[in-house]
Design a protein around this ligand. Sequence first.
Ligand SMILES: [Cu+2]
Length: 173
Amino acid sequence: MGLKLLAFLVAVAAVAASAAANFGEPNNVNMSNYYYGWGRPRSGSNCSHSSREIIVGGDNRWQFGFDYNSWAFKNNPFYVNDTLVFKYAAPSENNTHPHSVYLFNDFWSFRRCNLKRATMLANTSDGAGDGFKFVLARTWKPYYFACGASNGFHCTNGNMKFFIMPRIRWWNK
Ligand SMILES: [Cu+2]
């Protein structure tokens, strides 16, 4: 390696180190902290991140026709111990095709909206009031959600399906 290249690399490293120091906690930066902190916050640092409560669909809540696939994509990443809240009206005279929440076991059932082997998480009344809350408890395995109304019609034609692969939040471990 030429001396010029070496000097260049040292300069780049110095700039990167000072940049990292500027973004870190100002009173508490030394080289060992800096290296340990690279990529993930140190344990014991006062990060205020904690598990979140996320309303599925945001202001659109859980309804026919909203693009939940895009919603999930835009709201990534989701973390283990985050809580999803499904909000939808209970059955009534004006609501004759009420929503529900199902969990598929596998990708192909999800793709086809095949509810045969799916698990009902919430019935048509559970989404009223504060909504139905579901904690993302596991990781490395996707959750496949859908509405079960009209034998899968809301899933196939109403976009009421999405999947989430929760990540581990390192700084809570
Ligand atoms: Cu539905």
